[in-house]
Ligand binder design. Sequence first.
Ligand code: SAH
Ligand code: ZN
Length: 716
Amino acid sequence: MLFVYLRRHVVLRSFILYSYLKRYCNLDSRNMQVFTQKRNPITGSTEWDVQHEDYDFHQEIARSAFADMLHDTERNKKYYRVLQLAIERMHSLGKKANVLDIGTGTGLLSIMAAKCGADSIVACEAFKPMAECCLKILHRNGVADKITVIPKRSTDITVGENGDMKERANILVTEVFDTELIGEGALSTFSHAHKHLLEEDCIVVPDSAVIYVQIVECPTLQKWNKLNDLADEDLDIILKTPKKMKECAGSAAVHDIQLSQLPRQAFRELSDQIPVFYYDWSGKTPVDFKRTVRQQFKATNTGKAQMVFMWWELNMDPEGKIVLSCAPWWSHSEADLSSERPQDTVPWRDHWMQAVYYLPREMSLERDKETTLISCQDEYSIWFYLEDEAIEQKDYKRPVCDCGVHMALSRTHVSYLNDGRRSKRFLSQLKEQLVKNAVVLDLNGSSLMGLASAKLGARRVYILEGANFNVAILNDYIKENAIGNVTVVSEVSDDVLEVVTNVTCDPNFSAAVLPWENLKVAYLLYRYGNKLRSMLSVIPEGFELWAMPVEFQDLHKIRIPLDVCEGIDMTVFDSLVESSRLISDAEIEAQPLWEYPCVSRGAPRRLLEIDLCALAPTYATDGANAVADIEVEGTRPVNGFALWSCWRIGGKPISSGPVEWPAVGERVTWDPHSRQAVKILKKSQEVSSADTWSYQVACDLEKGHFNVNVDLVLEH
Ligand code: SAH
Ligand code: ZN
């Protein structure tokens, strides 16, 4: 389940491609049930669950970015237009138009080819369930006789009398790109196709691609990459970050992000956009599987080069007239810079974002001075260095983490630990509550608060942590900060429980994905129950679950049905996604909402409250709330709900949701250091002040189970 913490489609699309090919070949055996292992993040243990046999597959379909990709009208229209031009061109040369569609997915591009009058069409798809779904879509659209579907990876296709294809194709249309462009294996796909599947004089859609980068200083994003020293509200340093973590080259995994949502004042551009790699998909020049390119550039600003922003463009046609750009708004040719929110004037998509590559070493740049950028690429990934004259560097290897942090902790978790707003509050509460001769039990070893309490004067500290990676990080901090009175334990013994005076638990476990999975703290406290002293101090004191109806500006597109896409009936695909949603538990998912603008459509409501100092075995609440508090004329669209947690520390709530109270009808500002829970409605609903929304929450601290549901209740 590790992929859940990684971000979406880069992972999902390749995950689908590589992991499920062999395992899930038959979608029609619908009633088989199997036992599956599921990790329960609240209890920390693995539980057996009876699931539909294709549970994992459905989870993938339900969470995959296919829908969002098909909602990307700019992408669809440009492919359609250029494919049409290619077919017309072949015909005008007096040739037949024989199309090969690699990675057909739903069959979209092949059906377009059929509508444009292609003479023959071969569609291949490596993910077998998708290939099956494709066949049904072809039938529904009445083009099944025109398109041959090969449920194979293109590199396994044979050409010849007894092969999968009788003859080579002269038009290739394919969309096998991810946020990193080549992460889905595009290089081998194109290279093989030109050698074995295509005629020499072929037209390829898209014709070519360019990767652009920009060197920037962005302390905000650096918080997602490197742990800072932990400071209190007087800015005194409580814990120093170990040197090896400060110097680590970082994770090789790309940070994919909706760069356009980054506040403009949060970063400083240190260079213009620099084209670093050109990819000729047309076959005229051979594919480079490995390359290193050195380029001089002039710094446009003085500042600290910390990272590289990257995006790419596809030249769809050979003349380069039709371009599909993933640039963020400030580098996008179609952005309306005079608009109040220029980021809303460029096409939105989530299946391709922009990527951030943290430089292995920060480097100061001076305006107008030349520096050398080193761009490296292998078969599936790219990475960057700046040439540093002070250091003689012989090879520019792909950065790997040797400090543990980048392997053990998600980027969001690292940024949470760097969030001074929270840590300062926690530290000041610790200072206030640590009794004389305090014995502290920290229930979360993926936080630094146990170590901090040792520094703040606790006599003895026990940190509960079972994950080896997290234990190693704690040990490095212990060494760096010369802490002598901390013991990391994987179980808390009764002897320890009896002497504990303070329990602390930064409510953010590295294994938690949804906000309430941090209720592990309540689960553990309940379990330890009467073995703990009665006069115990607990930080945080309480948990609250909040929810609010919203209208997402774009995020709903990753889930809502397609119905018709460029005149093609996609309802077969919609029902596949729908049945997958029902079988998998993908109804409520975690999203970093600061990247996905939404408007509040009703006042936030507290659904559940748990007092950590007086725990009950079970909690259950339900109810209904008016959508509008204030009388509003007419109706307003609602297409989802956002849910988040609030933890009470020192009597005050600390929200992992909105950073200020959201006004109904206005854009919400979300805490960037947490992911929120999101429910996307199948359909946007017009809601009036007569309508309500309902909720049910159940929490069982004995079993460590949590369930929540929210939904609209419409009067009309
Ligand atoms: N062509 C569709 C789907 C694009 S998504 C559309 O434009 O809407 C990319 C698809 O290509 C995925 O379904 C993936 O499984 C498939 N794929 C990627 N590389 C492939 C290859 N070399 N051979 C066959 N399928 C491939
Ligand atoms: Zn590291």
